[in-house]
Design a protein around this ligand. Sequence first.
Ligand code: CU
Length: 375
Amino acid sequence: MQPTTHGHPPGHSVVLTSGRRLLVWAAGLGLSLLIAACTETAGTAASQSGGQATGASVSSQPSGAPAVPLASLSQPTVPSPIGRRAATTVKIELETVEKKARLADGVEYEFWTFDGTVPGPMLRVRQGDTVELKLKNSAKLTHSIDLHAVTGPGGGATLTQVLTGQEAVFRWKALNPGLYVYHCASPIIPMHIAQGMYGLILVEPPEGLAPVDREYYVMQGDFYTVAKTGEPGAQGFAMDKMLNEEPEYVVFNGAGAALTGDRALTARVGEKVRIFFGVGGPNLTSSFHVIGEIFDAVYPEGASEPLHNVQTTLVPTGGATIVEFTVDVPGTYLLVDHSLSRLLKGAVAQLVVTGPEAPDIYQQVSGSSAGTGGH
Ligand SMILES: [Cu+2]
């Protein structure tokens, strides 16, 4: 499955290297993460991984990129569980703002955001709550909000077409529990979504969700830049690519490999992890998968009834899912869209699990691993 730079007939390499920068960028982003993950798990050094590792050692900084690395947007956090309490009135305030930040290494993009993050803040209320939502527009264009948890025309968008410098407030009752997408719904709607204007709202049932050790918030989105994947510099939006549904970047949380390194998800062996996973789109669905894990429970499309023992779960655009699993073996696991070409466009995150080895579950018996194999 690895996108190797070696050993292919010339015809293949023409396809792969038609954007040489893509290859360099992909090598830095996808391959090194993949190799690092696999070798850490297998307990072998990257230097043992032969030819393929050479590609991965190429700098992830494309030539001509700014000397100072661009900062990614800050990451939204997961609000504390609500648990058992009576229904009440909850006030929420969101502000639309533009932010220039890293989309990929060396690639700057002006995001349109709720509260300066992509995805926007995760909202958490209880079934039966009345939510009073203020939308303040500090951006250049008109923006709005459609929450899929809302019952009413436009999901709030008919009440919140807010001009620049103004604000609007509307009140709605959370009738149905579940995990829902919210997004801007101002014309051209898919363009606003393609700039990063989406997030998740969790409506907890009256009894709350079962406690877990870790909760994480991840959303996939597709981005349409004028220049090709990996071309450095400030990039504008390409309407034609959006209409053709051909993104240059597919990412989790607003940037290629945003949730890796010191922003990786973490857990200890034996802990139960819950991921609130949504797809903003605007166009691509996600075959959400964690390499080396099996979802003990999936609440497909944010529904109330779980499925058990799932490898990959399909998440529609404008949809969300809750996955839960206990981590048993230490190492680095990758979150991906199993339409794996998108890994080369940025859709990868790391879950770093620490703790005692579990050789009864996973161990090498003989041979040395190339470290780039499947899963
Ligand atoms: Cu908008």
